[in-house]
Design a protein around this ligand. Sequence first.
Ligand code: GLP
Length: 240
Amino acid sequence: MQFHWYEDPAALAGHAADRIAALLHRKPDAAIALPTGQTPLMLYRELAQRHRTGALSLAAAHLFNLDEYLGLPGRHPMSYAAFLRDNLIDLVDADPARVHLLDGASADPAAACAAHDRAVEAAGGLDLAILGLGVNGHIAFNEPGCSWQTRGHVVDLAEATLARHREQTGRGDLPKRGLTMGVATLREARSVLLLASGSGKRAAMAALLAGRGDPDWPVTSMLTHPDLLVLAEERLRRPL
Ligand code: GLP
């Protein structure tokens, strides 16, 4: 496990983009799980920019979203599928046949999660899981107290997550449930890149820095991963 700390979010995004570029150089058809939220926006801008200059291609990569709101179809502007298309997928040379987005509007969401898991397996497992950090320590939509043995499943979102979503979007009508890749699948990724930035995350970072697996802080499930790289904003290192 390695931690790198950044004063400058652009440097954090640049380092993350370097890791992804190196992976794609080594393995153009890498399978990569992608987060949503504020945290990865700069990274996605950087990847799109590198694509424009010809420095990077995602044409052969298998791209997966980590999570989705239950009940929102991919065409809904608040869906995570739309977020990923708008901020990355449509800005690079991704192959639609290799883009796998959880179907939040499926009549059978558990089956949609299982199909997503099967697509991960068919791609040979995840080469890289890029994770954001929730204020309550969630990763994807794996909320505090969840099992670490799960694969894709439907979840009730924690109150802290819902509050954050309301604050970020100004909307009170977003779904209270979600679909998510499970902790077991994320732990099986060959590499994990955890991006930690934004306000309100010092407690989650403190739990991670404590270095012990703690079910109340799902992010700590990654502590025993053999290839975990944490890129974090310096301000999250300050004691609470
Ligand atoms: C959301 C998403 C996560 C994301 C996290 C952090 O609820 N489900 O995948 O990583 O919260 O979001 P942000 O980067 O906006 O702080």
